[in-house]
Ligand binder design. Structure first.
Ligand code: HEM
Length: 407
């Protein structure tokens, strides 16, 4: 995950040489999470061929923030095409409020914002603490457990049920979906089954509304009209997909880092006030969303690369988060980094609605680990890469056999 320099930094800081097992998925100098340094510093842009389309990637922090703000030129009004790769083969609905521009996007966003703000309620925070405590206790002291399937996926799914005010029994279904909601391991679409499931859920909610997110959608109005079923499905789609591998990969990335850098684990344990800043640094370094696209509404240019109206650019959050003009020693994990203006959750009008929830999950995880676990070991792993013609980015663990030793 980190380039060679970080090993030098970490080796100096920590005497325990076994930490620097070069086969660790998250400390692999030949396959960093920031494959963009050279083009970012030299050109500010990297043109990559995605699905037969040449797309310039905006790599620098300031350029990304300017483009993300300039929705009139760099539009999100591109159903199925904001994610890369595009998703027309896996869903039939426009994701809301992601694939709309202001001012309509602001109305769509305001409608669901109260639900996302539930992550700040004391009773939601208390339920999250109980959930994470239960999950850590369940795997602690086992000889080994597989952290993606036995820990991160259940935590993501059950935490989402808390946010959406759904019963824990529903989360059991979501756990079965694996890391990606739209595609199975071979890349085949699961989208039709997901839409059928969501339609059934919305039918029940419509017939007998409760206090949950799906019921709220069936009762909501945009302006003075109810939402259409397509719009309801559009909200559900991003809640399932946007909040899935992002959270799963954050969880596994963090536990793997703490396994390999026990000094950071001890640093957090010594003062829990450090957990908030540390969580932001984890989001920066892990940058779970590599990039998303925008469709240009007029002919424009990105650092000398011409982009015709109708063509796409990508906002590369994961590159901007390693921009050395903004982040000193960007390859180093500095849990006390301040300020930390990372763009892992995006920037501008589409700033992630799930950020408060993601922060709650990660902060709770760090606190519970500090309370319950003395030591984390990685026993075996395989990792996952995003392989593109112009770059390879290590994004996550595919399989992570671990051991948590009780405090
Ligand atoms: C670590 C976890 C997460 C990361 C890194 C992340 C990242 C992002 C990013 C980069 C955007 C900006 C999209 C753009 O500019 O086009 C975004 C938007 C969004 N995210 Fe997240 N996300 C995370 C978790 C979640 C979760 C848990 C949910 C829901 C439960 C969620 C729901 C959304 C929604 C609804 C939007 C669209 C907001 C809008 O268009 O106004 N995200 N996210």
């Amino acid at each position: 995950m980190y380039p060679r320099e970080i090993f030098i930094v970490l080796t100096k800081r920590l005497p325990n040489t076994t930490l620097f097992d070069m086969s660790c998925p998250f400390h692999n100098p030949t396959n960093p999470t920031d494959p963009f340094r050279e083009p970012r510093e030299r050109d500010g842009v990297l043109v990559n061929n995605f699905q037969g389309r040449e797309i310039p990637m905006v790599l620098r922090h300031e350029d990304l923030r300017n483009a993300a703000r300039d929705w009139r030129t760099f539009s999100s009004d591109a159903p199925f095409k904001v994610p890369i790769p595009t998703e027309e083969d896996v869903r039939t609905v426009r994701q809301l409020p992601l694939e709309v521009d202001p001012p309509e996007q602001q109305d769509y966003r305001a409608l669901v914002e109260p639900f996302f703000n539930r992550a700040k309620l004391p009773e939601v925070i208390a339920r999250m603490e109980m959930l994470v405590g239960e999950l850590v206790t369940a795997v602690r002291d086992r000889d080994s457990f597989e952290a993606v399937r036995e820990f991160a996926i259940p935590l993501q799914s059950r935490a989402l049920a808390i946010l959406l005010d759904m019963p824990d029994t529903e989360a059991k279904i979501w756990i079965g979906w694996g890391t990606h909601v739209f595609r199975d391991g071979d890349g085949a679409s699961k989208g039709a089954a997901l839409e059928a499931y969501t339609n059934a859920l919305l039918d029940c909610a419509q017939a007998k509304p409760g206090s949950d997110f799906f019921s709220a959608l069936t009762q909501a109005k945009i302006g003075d009209r109810p939402l259409t079923r397509q719009e309801m499905l559009g909200y559900c789609s991003i809640v399932y997909a946007g909040g899935r591998d992002t959270i799963i990969n954050s969880i596994t990335g963090i536990v793997a880092h703490l396994a390999h850098t026990p000094a950071d684990f001890e640093y957090l344990r010594a003062d829990r006030k450090r957990v908030i800043g540390a969580s932001e640094e984890f989001f920066r370094v892990l940058s779970p969303v590599t990039h998303l696209s925008r469709q240009c509404t007029r002919d424009t240019e990105v650092h000398g690369v011409k982009v015709a109206a109708g063509e796409f650019v990508s906002l590369c959050f994961s590159s901007a988060n390693f921009d050395a003009t903004v982040f000193e020693s960007p390859d180093e994990v500095k849990l006390d980094r301040r300020p930390n203006p990372h763009v892992a959750f995006g920037f501008g009008p589409h700033l992630c609605l799930g950020a408060a929830h993601a922060r709650l999950v990660v902060r709770t995880l760090l606190n519970v680990l500090c309370d319950q676990v003395a030591k984390i070991d990685i026993l075996e792993h395989t990792w996952k890469n995003e392989d593109e013609p112009s770059f390879t980015r290590q994004v996550a663990a595919d399989r992570l056999e671990m051991k948590f030793t009780r405090l």
